[in-house]
Structure formats: structure tokens, C-alpha cells
Design a protein around this ligand. Structure first.
Ligand code: SAM
Length: 455
């Protein structure tokens, strides 16, 4: 008889968390049972990330650690899923012989049948083919209980071909999910008591529904422009369908963000006033080497547009430091751009030369680790100042906060978020997790607002 207890470990971005929820749903629908304790599981699935070398190293180390389980019980099935599986393909089986299953992001539906096959005949199975249509639109993700926020994936893959990035190779080309299934899922989440939805995709603003299929094939289709649904249409549909839920979205690419999207954000109170807009570098030379489709000037124009249409909107970004041929001048251009925008917060990374990317094949990773580290330190230190500057602007104001949980530092305090995605901590009083309430902001650090409940 098949032992159906499975354990899933997740690495990487929000998209991966969302994918793990889809995988759990696929398995649960076939009678498999999730356990939170890997020692009691017979099936161990690792949903992986490949974005930087460090993420890969961490996962390879983890797989190595699992050898002891296989030694104890050779019937245990170990599956490597997601981006690293896609990236390594067969190679991963050679690196580590404990693995039974290697599946890329478009093959999750096969997990139950392949597990049965392994139990029947043993063996190792790989599927890293990309599908033109797979968006898992009909699968309702199995989310953890008592969550306030739900991720809803609206598109998969990426067509941008930034020279530093493995995503087009690990997740494939862009394809959008049927809007009807998205709205249905959002309405379901509202009925289940969720308070907030985060619409997810590598490049949400590039969302385009024309009946299904890869975005790059849209021009070949006979669908009329009036019948397509783009991101601004979708955002509006979601905002209308769940008016009492908060709506967030990420990630936006500066190249695809439109006036229309900004106006929809302005029009609907339930769409949060926060935009994550990765810039990667402030230097035109580096942006061009990265094959970003925006220049420094385009980006500044877009920031000005956002500030004009949405004066109270927070802006965050991703920055990579130490890309190929980045000189001190380019680094200073990034610092200067940061000074101009004064981001509310940023995710800041040291450049990692990824096998398979255009940069790996055609450029030299010629900034030393020492210089990369020093530049990153300067970027982080500047960002801290800007975060403090932005947060301190909220002091004295009353803001609507959604309570997300109990503060880790003090159990008598809740933490929650305002519309701008800033974290606020405040004394608990009689409220509960999931409540919306008014908080007066009294103080801040460079990471958190501190306030008091008004109601
Ligand atoms: N849609 C996003 C954009 O506009 O570029 C890409 C999301 S990517 C999955 C998340 C972030 O990881 C990127 O924005 C980038 O800052 C970082 N990243 C990607 N490849 C990287 C690399 N090779 N080295 C360091 N950081 C990287």
C-alpha cells in the first residue's frame, strides 16, 4: 500500500509559495496527506529557487542533508521541483543519487501519478518541458489556515530577457491566466474570510488575456483588441469583485507600467497605494548591458507620473550591485537615483553570474566580491536613511491598518500594515488578527512605524 504522507519545503519568492500551495492542492485532491514534520513523511518535495548562486547552494546542501533519511528508509521518495529542477534537469540526478523526481514549474499535475509509478516500479522521472497553456487556473491553492493574506497568481514566466536573469529559462515564456478563474478565486477567498489579495507574477503589468497561450503568440491570434484583457482591466475587475478586500500586486516592470494602471489604483480605495518597481541600476550603461527596456530618464519620468497621479503612494524597488562592467561612476549613478526617488524600501542584491544567462555567455563578471560587498553596504546604508525619512512622514497621521499578527518583539503588541505596505506595531487592546482599524502613528524606526489604536 502507498504511504501517502508528504512534506513540502519551499525556497525563494512569493511565486514559489503560491506554487507550493498549488502542489499541495494537487496532492490533497488525490488523497495524499500533508505533514509539517519531514521525519514522518514518505514523500519529501523541495520546491526550489535558482535566482542567485547562493539560493542554489543552500538547496544543494539541503538535498545532501536528506541522504540520511534515504539511508534509514530507501522507500522514501525525494522530489526536486521548480526553478532549480528546471535549470539542472538530468544533471541533478548525477550530483545526488537520492532523488526520484525532477519536475519543472509546468509539470506539477504529474506529481501524484509519478509518485504511484515510483512505488510500483521504482525508478527516476524527469519532466522539464514548458507548456504553452499551463497556468493551473482550475486549481484552488491549498493555503495555510488563519492566513489574512492570499497570493493569487495571475501570470507565469517572463519575456523580458534581462541579461542577468534565469527566470525566462527556469519558468519559461509569459502566459496569462483566465481572468474568470482569477475573479472566482478572489470571491472565494473573500467568502473564506481572507482580507487581502496579492496578485502575483514575474511581470504583472504585462498580463494579457486573449483566450490562452503564450503572450508572444498574441499577434498571430485573430482575437480583436477590444476582446483582450490587460492588467489595468484585470485590476479593476478584481477591485470591483471584492470591494472589502485589500488588493496588492507584484512585481511591476517599469517598461510595462501604464497610465491606465495608475489611474485604476487611484480610482479604487481597496487597491493599496504601493508599487514595487525594480530599477536594478541607476546607470544607463548598466541598464543597457542588462537589456532593461527602460533608461534612467524613462524611469524618472515614470516615478514623476506616479508621484503626480498618486501623491501618497509608496515606491519600493530591487537593486543589483556589481553587475559586469559596473564602474564607480555607474555605482554613483545608482546612489544618485536612490537619492532622487527616496524609495520606501528596497531589496538589494549582489550580482550573481548565472549559468545560461546572456550575461554569463557574453559578459565578464569583472567586479570583485570585495567591491560588490562595499557597494552593497553603501546602498543599504542609504536605503536605511530613506526608509526612515519616508516612515517619519507618517508620524502624527491616522492610518487604516490591517492586523496581521502578534509582534515578535513584544507579545502585547500587534503588527499590521498600512496601505503603503509599511509595517506598524501597536498595543493589542481588544482587537484580533484580521481586523481593520485606525491607528495614530506616534513614532518610527528605519523599519517600522509605532502607533496607538484609536477606535
Ligand atoms: N520582475 C522583476 C524585474 O522587473 O526585474 C524580476 C523579479 S526577479 C525574480 C527578483 C529580483 O531578483 C530581480 O528584480 C533582481 O533584482 C534580482 N535578481 C535576478 N537575477 C539576479 C542575479 N543574477 N543576481 C542578483 N540578483 C538578481
Amino acid at each position: 500500500m502507498i504511504n501517502k504522507k508528504y512534506y513540502i519545503e519551499n525556497y525563494g519568492c512569493q511565486m514559489n509559495i503560491s506554487d507550493s500551495e498549488i502542489i499541495c492542492s494537487i496532492l490533497d485532491n488525490e488523497g495524499f496527506i500533508k505533514t509539517e514534520n519531514f521525519k514522518t513523511a514518505n514523500i519529501i518535495l523541495i520546491n526550489t529557487c535558482s535566482i542567485r548562486e547562493k539560493s542554489e547552494q543552500k538547496i544543494l546542501l539541503r538535498i545532501n542533508q536528506l541522504k540520511f533519511l534515504k539511508k534509514k528508509n530507501n522507500n522514501i521518495i525525494i522530489g526536486i521541483l521548480g526553478c532549480l529542477a528546471q535549470n539542472f534537469k538530468k544533471k541533478i540526478l548525477k550530483i545526488n543519487n537520492i532523488i526520484n523526481l525532477v519536475l519543472g514549474p509546468d509539470s506539477y499535475r504529474e506529481i501524484p501519478s509519478l509518485i504511484r509509478k515510483i512505488y510500483k516500479k521504482s525508478g527516476k522521472y524527469i519532466n522539464t518541458f514548458f507548456s504553452k497553456n499551463e497556468t493551473y487556473a482550475d486549481i484552488l491553492p491549498k493555503r495555510d489556515k488563519n492566513k489574512i493574506t492570499a497570493f493569487v497568481t495571475i501570470m507565469r514566466g517572463c519575456d523580458n530577457m534581462c541579461t542577468f536573469c534565469v527566470v525566462p529559462f527556469t519558468r519559461g515564456r509569459e502566459k496569462s491566466r483566465d481572468p474568470h478563474s482569477i475573479i472566482k478565486e478572489c470571491e472565494f477567498l473573500f467568502k473564506k474570510g481572507y482580507k487581502e489579495i496579492i496578485l502575483l507574477g514575474q511581470n504583472v503589468d504585462s498580463y494579457l488575456w486573449y483566450g490562452g497561450g503564450l503572450k508572444k503568440n498574441f499577434k498571430k491570434s485573430k482575437i480583436k483588441n477590444e476582446r483582450i484583457i490587460n492588467f489595468s482591466n484585470l485590476l479593476e475587475l478584481v477591485a470591483i469583485s471584492v470591494p472589502f478586500m485589500r488588493i496588492r500586486f507584484c512585481t511591476s516592470n517599469p517598461n510595462d507600467m501604464s497610465y491606465k494602471v495608475l489611474n485604476i489604483i487611484k480610482k479604487y480605495k481597496n487597491i493599496c497605494k504601493h508599487i514595487h518597481l525594480p530599477v536594478q541600476s541607476g546607470s544607463n550603461k548598466i541598464l543597457s548591458l542588462m537589456n532593461r527596456k527602460h533608461s534612467r530618464e524613462d524611469y524618472i519620468l515614470l516615478i514623476n507620473k506616479i508621484n503626480k497621479i498618486l501623491p501618497n503612494c509608496s515606491i519600493s524597488c530591487d537593486i543589483i550591485t556589481g553587475f559586469c562592467n559596473e564602474y564607480e561612476y555607474d555605482h554613483n549613478e545608482t546612489l544618485n537615483l536612490m537619492k532622487l526617488v527616496k524609495y520606501n524600501f528596497s531589496y538589494m542584491f549582489i550580482y550573481s553570474h548565472r549559468i545560461g544567462t546572456y550575461a554569463y555567455k557574453n559578459l565578464i563578471d569583472n567586479v570583485s566580491l570585495e567591491i560588490k560587498k562595499r557597494r552593497l553596504k553603501e546602498i543599504i546604508s542609504l536605503q536605511r536613511k530613506h526608509s526612515y525619512f519616508r516612515l517619519s512622514k507618517s508620524i502624527g497621521y491616522i492610518q487604516e491598518i490591517l492586523i496581521e499578527g502578534i509582534s515578535k518583539k513584544n507579545i502585547n503588541f500587534f503588527y499590521g500594515r498600512n496601505s503603503k505596505n509599511e509595517i506598524v506595531i501597536f498595543p493589542k487592546k481588544k482587537f484580533k488578527i484580521g481586523d481593520f482599524l485606525k491607528v495614530k502613528i506616534n513614532n518610527c524606526t528605519s523599519a517600522t512605524l509605532i502607533g496607538d489604536i484609536l477606535n
